[in-house]
Design a protein around this ligand. Structure first.
Ligand code: ADP
Ligand code: ASP
Ligand code: MG
Length: 405
């Protein structure tokens, strides 16, 4: 008998009918002869509503209490799913993250899993029960509830699959798999049959939020092969796994889009050691996540430094950079929102040349101006005007031959 971990995301459990559908699927899987562990997300929109609710009672809720609050979303779903299975005559039990043995560090709202002791899960499986685990949550060794960052139920599923040594890990969502681009942006996007961990990781961390990037990192580290597929049909999905022979033949596997970015430029930064360090240390101390950084060639003893970040964090910066700029003798600080990042990703880039040229040419033909460029071994990313991002994604998608026939 094999052991399967299945994760159902927010849309898949978004209303009572959908929860009933998930319950049916879980029972079918069990009846086919498998032991089943299900990881469930909060019903769609619930986590966002809880965050909104918190803001209505407090301008700055503590992260500990945010975790206590947000963990309730998944707890609602797990109990409803277990009830639905029981009402169909099946055996099921729901477990919180803590009951499932998921221990994390104490970094509230983005905790890291430190270990998993799945004794309770095993005990219930041995009793023939379908075990429903609340995604996205764990507990510190001191007994405080923690959450694993947005989209964290993916991580719960992959980490549990590793801990219980599951034979298969399936991530059920509202699309048929991982596509060459978000099908909501590029309707001609195609489902990818197989993708390497590295490509999935680059896509997830550059805006393709079909998988939480931390969960892919975990899967890569512990060698958990998983499949992304739809909870609304039985179509085969996308297998995410170790790189295999032949995968490098595809130059660009997919295109990612990240909206909601902002660009900050500090002009006339003195061209001497320590200035960039001062600027970015101040940002790090303020817990601002910086993405693409570009420094101009120094012409007359000073240079301009630009970087991008999430637009929602602009507020956090306030006049911080103006103060640091004054201290180091730099010029003006300008902030611009309404920009976005487009990335093309593929391990084939390691062995093929001309990828950047092709991307830039496609954008040029569409009259799209590139503001910044950044590359990694398997990714080329450009910063452009946000209003043009969908058009840019379509152009890149076509240029790299990714459109469905
Ligand atoms: P869940 O609630 O099941 O975790 P998510 O909303 O987190 O689902 O992820 C699924 C969504 O991810 C899809 O509806 C799709 O719009 C979006 N998405 C972004 N990029 C991609 C991609 N490359 N392939 C498939 N879906 C993508
Ligand atoms: N409910 C959490 C979120 O919306 C976790 C998840 O769905 O994976 O981010
Ligand atoms: Mg998700």
């Amino acid at each position: 008998m094999s052991l399967i971990v299945q994760k159902y995301g927010g849309t898949s459990v978004g209303n009572p009918e959908r929860i009933t559908n998930v319950a049916k699927r879980l029972l079918e899987t069990q009846r086919a002869g498998h032991s089943v562990v299900a990881v469930v997300s909060a019903m769609s929109g619930v986590t966002d509503s809880l965050i909104k609710l918190a803001r209505e009672v407090s301008a700055k809720p503590t992260e500990r209490e945010m975790d206590v609050l947000l963990s309730t979303g998944e707890q609602t779903t797990m109990a409803l799913t277990a009830m639905a299975i029981q009402s169909m005559g099946g055996k099921a039990v729901s477990l919180t993250g803590a009951q499932a043995g998921i221990v994390t560090n104490g970094v509230h709202t983005k905790a890291k899993i430190s270990n998993i002791t799945p004794d309770q899960i095993r005990k219930h499986l041995d009793q023939g029960e379908i075990v429903i685990v609340a995604g996205f949550q764990g507990e510190t060794s001191e007994g405080d509830i923690t959450t694993l960052g947005r989209g964290g139920s993916d991580l719960t599923a992959i980490a549990l699959a590793s801990a219980v040594e599951a034979d298969a890990c399936q991530i059920f969502t509202d699309v048929d798999g991982v596509y060459t681009c978000d099908p909501r942006i590029v309707p001609t996007a195609k489902k990818i049959a197989e993708i390497s961990y590295d490509e999935m990781l680059e896509m997830a961390s550059s805006g393709s939020k079909v998988m939480q990037s931390r969960s892919v990192e975990f899967a890569k580290k512990f060698g958990v092969t998983f499949e992304v597929r739809s909870s609304f049909n039985n179509n085969p999905g996308t297998t995410v796994k170790e790189e295999s022979a032949g995968m490098e033949q595809v130059v660009v596997r997919g295109v990612s889009v990240e909206r909601n970015q902002a660009k900050v430029t500090v002009t006339n930064v003195p061209d001497k050691p320590g200035c960039a360090a001062r600027l970015f240390t101040a940002l790090a101390d303020a817990h601002v996540m910086v993405d693409v950084i570009v420094q101009n060639v120094s012409a007359s003893g000073s240079t301009d430094i630009s970087f991008t970040m999430n637009r929602d964090e602009l507020e956090k910066i306030g006049d911080l950079l103006d103060r640091v700029a004054a201290e180091i003798g730099a010029g003006k600080v300008s902030k611009q929102d309404g920009i976005a990042k487009l990335s093309v990703v593929g391990i084939g880039m390691r062995t093929h040349s001309g990828v950047a040229a092709k991307l830039f040419d496609a954008l040029a033909k569409g009259g799209i101006n590139i503001q910044m460029i950044s590359t990694s071994e398997i990714k080329i990313a450009v910063i452009i005007e946000e209003a043009k991002i969908a058009e840019a994604a379509k152009l890149a998608h076509t240029a790299f031959g990714l459109d469905a026939a």
